[in-house]
Design a protein. Structure first.
Ligand code: MRU
Length: 357
């Protein structure tokens, strides 16, 4: 798997996802403001990858702070964090990661400034490793829902490229594949930005997984024909009642899945769960430039000159359409999700182990 995000010799390295799959190019960043722009412009995208990149961006910005002591350092770290937080509004991992970096620095306030700077780099690198470990754990819980010979539909890209490695929804598929189950994937192309066509199809082909690319409006056709056994998607922000924000079009897939009695799973690391929001209508939805709709991947104009277009980047799937939310702590029914916040919760009794079709 191509590394999505890395820290090397004082720089942040990103594989440029706007160029995939035609070119595999790695960009180097030595200014945190450029890291923010890389997130905003989708050089790196996918909630967990955004989180880890933002943490590395904060660590990068921290290196240039000129401060006499920890108090002054923290004051100067604040605008770097707020700037990074302005990159995109929906994926909660962005805010989660920045807050974690800030809290970590606060805990080191009494240390020499050079020590705080070095520790922030270590913390960002640790977050990358943790993300991969979390995805592997999610994969092993999720693989239990995949039977030999299953056909799985996915939307957008929730793979290795959307995380620090291995992926969330695709991590479930990789784990089932590693366990020797034969799986077939249907990848929605995911207009307007085509993450499914450009990234999911490419990534799965690299890993030797049988993938068929379909346009978004073909999902119902294949479900009706009995050719989809389950759906698994990622999420940008899942909230306390189990409502799920994910790439625009996810909601339509979920409604279709329910109509056809097909299980609909969401792979959600706990870094993507926002327990501070009670239900989905409070999730901020990013509205992107209309040119992403009137043109195909900024290459070909497909709409009349001056056509008005709307471009919400995410939608919210109500919890009632979700069979289970797969986390690194296990898979849970959406209505039980809020219970896993409690450190005393008996997770074993809450876990969903198998779900029939
Ligand atoms: O606009 P994007 O490409 O950042 O949207 C990504 C998604 O919607 C993913 O499904 C989500 O972030 C989960 S990634 C593991």
């Amino acid at each position: 798997m191509v590394p999505t995000v890395d820290w090397k010799e004082g720089k942040v390295i990103l594989v440029d996802q706007t160029k995939l799959p035609l070119e595999v190019v790695f960009n180097e960043y030595s200014d945190y403001r450029d890291v923010m722009l890389a997130i905003r412009n989708l050089v790196v995208r996918g909630a967990p990858a955004i989180g880890v990149t933002a943490a590395m961006g904060v660590a990068l910005g921290a290196q240039d702070i000129d401060a006499q002591d920890g108090t002054e350092f923290l004051k100067k770290l604040e605008p770097i964090c707020s700037h990074m937080a302005s990159a995109r509004p929906t994926a909660v991992n962005l805010f989660w990661a920045i807050r974690r970096m800030q809290a970590f620095a606060e805990g080191l306030q009494e240390q020499p400034v050079a020590r705080i700077k070095a520790s922030l780099v270590d913390e960002a690198i640790r977050m990358k490793a943790e993300d991969i470990a979390v995805n592997r754990a999610m994969g092993s819980y999720g693989a239990a829902f995949v039977k030999d010979g299953d056909s799985i539909l996915t939307h957008c890209n929730a793979g290795s490229l959307a995380t620090a490695g291995f992926g969330t929804a695709l991590g479930v598929i990789y784990a089932a594949h590693e366990q020797g189950r034969r799986v077939k994937v249907f990848a929605d192309e995911t207009r307007p930005i085509l993450q499914g066509a450009r990234l999911t199809a490419w990534e799965l082909m690299q890993e030797g997984i049988d993938v068929t690319l379909i346009t978004d409006n073909m999902a119902g056709y294949f479900m009706q024909k009995g050719m989809i056994d389950l759906v698994v998607v990622g999420t940008d922000r899942t909230v306390a009642n189990g409502d799920v924000a994910n790439k625009i079009g996810t909601y339509s897939v979920a409604v279709l899945a329910k109509e056809h009695g097909i299980p609909f799973y969401v792979a959600a690391p706990t870094s993507t769960i926002d327990f501070s929001i009670a239900s989905g209508e409070k999730i901020p939805i990013e509205e992107r430039d209309a040119s992403e709709v009137t043109r195909v991947f900024d290459q070909v104009q497909v709409a009349p000159e001056g056509a008005r277009a709307a471009n919400p980047a995410f939608d919210v799937t109500p919890a009632r359409y979700v069979t289970a939310i797969i986390t690194e702590k296990g898979a849970f029914r959406p209505e039980d999700l809020h219970k896993i916040q409690d450190p005393q919760a008996d997770l074993e009794s809450l876990r969903v182990k198998t779900v029939g079709k």
